[in-house]
Design a protein around this ligand. Structure first.
Ligand SMILES: O=C(O)C(=O)C[C@@H](O)[C@H](O)[C@H](O)COP(=O)(O)O
Ligand SMILES: [Zn+2]
Length: 367
């Protein structure tokens, strides 16, 4: 088991990464001094519940905790205000109080939803992240919690840090192939924004990662979480540096919203977004090899890098304009400088984006 620290002063917290941690949930709760007098709400989804819920419940109950569960539909549509209200109802009806904890057992959707419940219930209760996907190595660290609005992704939310992240890597072994690839998209992103050797390592170990080789996976997750933890510790509330974690997300979020939040997984959408960012950078004078290397890396993981034909340019542009990254009439883009380094730019013109959308449509479908 490895422990990484997200260093945020008196709100610092550990990320525990290792095997069979869900079965030890009760011991970790005790280690963190979480009270046994108040109920614990576990939020999970219909895919994760049959696989992992019993382990967490059994462990917490064996340690003397009273647990309550709320199981949502799997998938992005559960990140909605309607589902948020349903989880709140469960919390109220089961007598959660200010000393209660909310556990997110699942991937990014469950983490963001449960985190926003934790941040809002009685103005904030203890939040514990138990990620069960590769993608969640990114989303479970850093405290961004939110639900979506029909018009734009993650529009209603908060910065709310967890008490701990309990990352049981064994839980990844049952992930469907599509989820594996989509999760690795965020891992590749961490290499692209921060660490060229790690980006190269991802490329070299693509087959092992896709085959869920335990050692490769654990190494990749430790590196990815480590990069994320460093960036968040430097700029918790995204006043500057933290925006680099948004590589691929400007267009990526627009693709998710335009696709109705059901068509593309987050990791797939940001893969196309990362290809777009690299192409914009090349149009602005970076070496063409930057785009080639980026898409080679993404394609190695079977990730899409072409813009789906049926997504209308105007709808994508309009979705981008509703995004948080649109301020003072400018769209903020994270653009690669080279592999392992990015810059945050706010002077990308709509014409440049239109051109790239058109060019990436010409790439054909390559999922
Ligand atoms: O933690 C961050 O900061 C990120 O940007 C990580 C992203 O991968 C993640 O998808 C995040 O939720 C996007 O945040 P948003 O502020 O653009 O909604
Ligand atoms: Zn993301």
């Amino acid at each position: 088991m490895r422990t990484l620290e997200v260093d945020l002063g008196d709100r610092s917290y550990p990320i525990y990464i290792g095997g069979d941690l869900l079965k030890q949930a009760g011991a970790y709760f005790e280690r963190h001094g979480l009270t046994k007098k108040s109920p614990v709400l576990i939020v999970t989804d219909k895919n994760v519940a049959p696989l992992h819920l019993h382990k967490v419940e059994a462990s917490l109950q064996a340690s003397g905790y009273r647990t309550v569960c709320h199981i949502v539909e799997a998938g992005e549509p559960s990140k909605s205000l309607a589902v948020f209200e349903q989880v709140m109802t469960t919390a109220i009806e089961n007598g959660l109080d200010r000393k209660s904890s909310v556990v997110a057992l699942g991937g990014g959707v469950v983490g963001d939803l449960a985190g926003f419940v934790a941040a809002s219930y009685m103005r904030g209760v203890t939040f514990v992240q138990m990620p069960t996907t590769i993608l969640a190595h990114d989303s479970s660290v850093g405290g961004k919690v939110a639900v979506n609005h029909r018009l734009a992704k993650n529009m209603i939310g908060a910065f709310y840090q967890p008490e701990m992240v309990l990352y049981d890597v064994n839980s990844l072994q049952t992930l469907p192939d599509r989820e594996v690839r989509a999760g690795l998209s965020e891992m590749v992103k961490h290499g692209l924004i921060w660490d060229e050797p790690f980006a190269n390592w991802c490329g070299d170990n693509c087959d092992k990662l896709l085959a869920l080789d335990a050692d490769a996976l654990e190494y990749g997750l430790i590196q990815g979480c480590g990069i994320k933890a460093k960036v968040v510790a430097t700029d918790e509330r995204e006043q500057g540096l933290r925006a680099i974690l948004n590589l691929g997300h400007t267009l990526g979020h627009a693709i998710e919203a335009t696709g109705g939040y059901g068509e593309y997984l987050h990791g797939e959408a940001i893969s196309i977004g990362m290809a777009a960012a690299a192409l914009i950078a090349v149009h602005r004078g970076r070496d063409a090899s930057l785009y080639e290397k980026t898409i080679q890396l993404l394609k190695g993981f079977g990730l899409p890098t072409a813009m789906p034909q049926h997504l209308k340019e105007e709808q994508l542009i309009s979705a981008m304009m509703h995004d948080k990254k649109f301020t003072e009439n400018k769209i903020v883009f994270v653009l690669p400088v080279r592999i392992g380094e990015v810059e945050i730019v706010s002077d990308v013109m709509l014409e440049e984006v239109r051109q790239v959308i058109a060019e990436l449509k010409g790439e054909g479908q390559n999922v």
